[in-house]
Design a protein around this ligand. Sequence first.
Ligand SMILES: Cc1cc2nc3c(=O)[nH]c(=O)nc-3n(C[C@H](O)[C@H](O)[C@H](O)COP(=O)(O)OP(=O)(O)OC[C@H]3O[C@@H](n4cnc5c(N)ncnc54)[C@H](O)[C@@H]3O)c2cc1C
Length: 404
Amino acid sequence: MTGTPHVLIIGGGIGGLCLAQGLRKAGLGFAVYERGPARADDDGEDQRVRIGPQGARALYACLPPEAWEEFTACVEGGGRSVFVTERLRELLVLPQPAAGRAPQHATHSTSAGALRRVLLTGLDGHLVHFDREFLRYELTEDSVVGGVRAHFTDGSTAHGDLLAGADGADSRVRGQLLPHAVRADTRVLAVTGGTEPAGAEPDELPGPLTAASTSVLTPRSDAMFCTALPRGRVRWTYVAKATAYPRDVEHLDGKALRAVVAELIAHWHPALVRLVAEADPETVVPVRMLGMEPVEAWPPGLVTLLGDAIHAMPALGGTGATTALRDARLLSRLLARRRDPVQAIAAYESEMRAYGFEAVARSLRVTRSATSDSRPARTLFRGVLRTAAHSGWVRAAVFRDVGE
Ligand SMILES: Cc1cc2nc3c(=O)[nH]c(=O)nc-3n(C[C@H](O)[C@H](O)[C@H](O)COP(=O)(O)OP(=O)(O)OC[C@H]3O[C@@H](n4cnc5c(N)ncnc54)[C@H](O)[C@@H]3O)c2cc1C
């Protein structure tokens, strides 16, 4: 390899695009290969992404100043989080996290679509190739230290000095690099849907459902998480052990899934039952809560992984986007030092494995405890939240990770 390395980035999601921005800022060569099409402008508007301070710092470091400005203009702040019982009795209200901090050190919430638009700023068609599905890579001897050739399903190939797999939770790059890596199955199944309540003026919804995020905690082994969207719409996610559903629901259509959840929560507050019953069936889908088992250190080389491709985590209590952005910042910074790139990758992987698998473990814990069968533990947790409502010290102890 002569001069600066050219990096093939597989996957144009949150992590891959942020890595592209970081490499561009550092003056390194790259090309992104994304299997999906260039998407419509309003695609992803209904999915909220919460970005903690590590993610905000990464965006600040990697984006060009005008894109960072655009990001800060389209975020909504973390908003207040509310914890309620299934009868909508308030347990605790957390104010907007980190209010008053500089934006690059704060928690933000935005739509997945807006984030993607920001991340694509300045990356034109020569740098991001859509409709290119990665198949496999091979290490080549084309230069003194070798390189990597990526093969795509349309028969085309691309050659680079390094390859970064940012191809998400079912990563093919990971499948080839670390075939022994295994997914962690929590055996928890979520059903998520979007609802525009009839006559949806935000002030017509019960108070808790207008919060940025609402956690509905029950004494049984299920829970629901709601996110307020623009124009009074709400995205809800019901979670329970897969065995708690009356039958195998993973292959049901949206309408049937909606009916199953409405029945499971029939004794909850009528506003919550209505929220599910009135969901747009097109938006109602099952989501398996999967993570990754930690992977032992592997010998560093010309191929690496970032984001969900290496540390996928359940969305519940998950910080997948924040962690993918953190990876992108770290990897681009280390490669920009223009040391031996394999040494840069070794340093990146060693640091990333530590915080990445810690984040996975945290979200697996949250997912399992949200669906725990232990009635005393669940009652105790609701009691702790009630206490935290009146004690800053308890609040700080319980929510020390919030924001990160
Ligand atoms: C409902 C939901 C809500 C979430 N909310 C949050 C949140 O609030 N905060 C948070 O931090 N995280 C959240 N997450 C997790 C977060 O979205 C992911 O962790 C994050 O998107 C990971 O980024 P990534 O770049 O690694 O993967 P992705 O964003 O999944 O991107 C991977 C990309 O690779 C592409 N790809 C896949 N295979 C190939 C291939 N063979 N060839 C070419 N391209 C390929 C895909 O099309 C995709 O564009 C949420 C997830 C879900 C499902």
